[in-house]
Design a protein around this ligand. Structure first.
Ligand SMILES: [Zn+2]
Length: 408
């Protein structure tokens, strides 16, 4: 498997050196987790966006289009032809006219990541991470493949690792959504249900796997947040311009770090000059990244007593906390916190008004936009994007019981 032309290797954020690929993705000199590095001078906007060339515009004259977000492989480490993919990415950007009216802005769009193969935005990064695994000389020798997960990324990992026929372990907290647990098994993954909360699942990986393993943990593998950046490319391609705001339900920090990086790369290659205001949305009862940003700190303090019904967003000590806070500071982003009831109300409202089925975590995006609006956030000519991170099929029980409990 050949790397793409612009891909240089893995850059150590601590000592800045660029290294060849290694299976643990860490710097051989200092041990820090590495980031993917590119030569931006080697990529033009036309290459990234696959703009048709007159000589190749005839139908069938060129290779068929790469599926989903792999069309952007000019700025990915691996070529679309080598990808372990199920067509993730390329999700619809749906106009939400009633929301636009209510928020008194020009346009509101929902980027519906619930329509990915396993119903989650994490399929993007998992496809890259598992493609990197497939690129290893002897992937079989790296078994088992493992991660701790609040649920969605575990389901995604089981699915993509299953494509390679390798053994994977997802460590999930007992409170993880039933649909995630069921589908981890359906995809052929091993599951370890850990009593307690997400932090307990993280600890259990090393405790219970008394062997070396290949990690698919976010920010241990550099490819998960790397995969999230294609959201920025798709938003720009679909809108034809940079939106004013992107509201992102936030847990591990990988979506914030990835999407911010994607918009910055568009400026690096000369496609755009500006970046949007990225707004991280966290539940009031587990908001380490929002709190660090508000206090001007460079790294979040672990959240002492996390307690949100939105299990996907209950990540008290985010692996990508420093990267997310840094990204928000670089791009002059913002953060809001919202109560669980508002998150669930928002998911229900979007389902009733706009067709789109959001899981509970996805509801944080519209809830964040409402909260921002109440603080006088928007101008009437602005374009607002809400990132729906998961399908409604993930948490119908939570949404329905909220609905019944509230008498709606
Ligand atoms: Zn280093």
């Amino acid at each position: 498997m050949e790397p793409t032309a612009a891909f240089q290797g893995l850059r150590c954020p601590a000592c800045e050196r660029i290294h060849a690929l290694t299976s643990d993705h860490s710097c051989p000199d200092c041990g820090a987790a590495c980031e993917v590095a590119y030569d931006y001078a080697a990529v033009t906007p036309a290459e990234l966006f696959d703009l048709p060339d007159d000589t190749e515009s005839e139908v069938g004259a060129d290779d068929p289009s790469a599926p989903g977000h792999w069309r952007f492989d000019a700025l990915l480490p691996f070529a679309a032809s080598d990808a372990v993919t199920a067509g993730e990415g390329g999700t619809p950007l749906v106009a939400a006219d009633r929301l636009a009216e209510e928020l008194d802005v020009a346009d509101v769009y929902i980027k519906d990541e619930g329509r990915n193969p396993t119903g989650t935005v994490y399929d993007r990064g998992m496809s890259l991470a598992v493609t990197a695994l497939a690129a290893e000389d002897d992937p079989d020798a790296l078994e088992p493949i493992a991660l701790a997960t609040t649920g969605n990324s575990g389901q995604s990992a089981a699915a993509y690792v299953g494509r390679l026929g390798l053994r994977s372990y997802a460590f999930v907290p007992s409170r993880s959504a039933f649909s995630n647990k069921a589908m981890i098994n359906v995809h052929g993954g091993e599951m370890r249900v850990v009593g307690g909360r997400y932090a307990d699942a993280v600890e259990a990986v090393d405790e219970q796997l008394a062997t070396d393993y290949y990690s698919l943990q976010e920010f241990t593998t550099p490819y998960r947040h790397e995969g999230a950046k294609t959201l920025a490319f798709e938003l720009y391609a679909d809108l034809g311009e940079i939106p004013d705001y992107v509201f992102i339900p936030t847990s591990t920090g990988e979506l914030i770090a990835g999407v911010a990086n994607g918009f910055e790369e568009l400026t690096e290659i000369g496609a755009t000059e500006s970046t949007p205001t990225i707004v991280a949305v966290q539940p009031t009862s587990c908001a380490p990244i929002a709190t660090a940003l508000e206090r001007g700190e460079s790294a979040p303090e672990p959240w002492a007593v996390p307690d949100t019904i939105v299990g996907e967003l209950e990540v008290p000590d985010p692996a990508g906390g420093p990267q997310a806070v840094d990204a928000l500071q670089r791009l002059d982003g913002d953060a809001v916190t919202v109560d669980d009831a508002d998150i669930l109300d928002s998911a229900v409202t979007v389902a009733q008004q706009e067709v789109i089925e959001m899981g509970a975590a996805g509801g944080a995006a519209p809830a964040g936009a409402w909260a921002y609006d109440e603080d006088g956030g928007f101008d009437s000519d602005e374009t607002v994007v809400l990132l729906n991170t998961e399908s409604g099929a993930k948490t119908p029980d939570i949404l329905r019981s909220h609905l019944m409990g509230g008498g709606r």
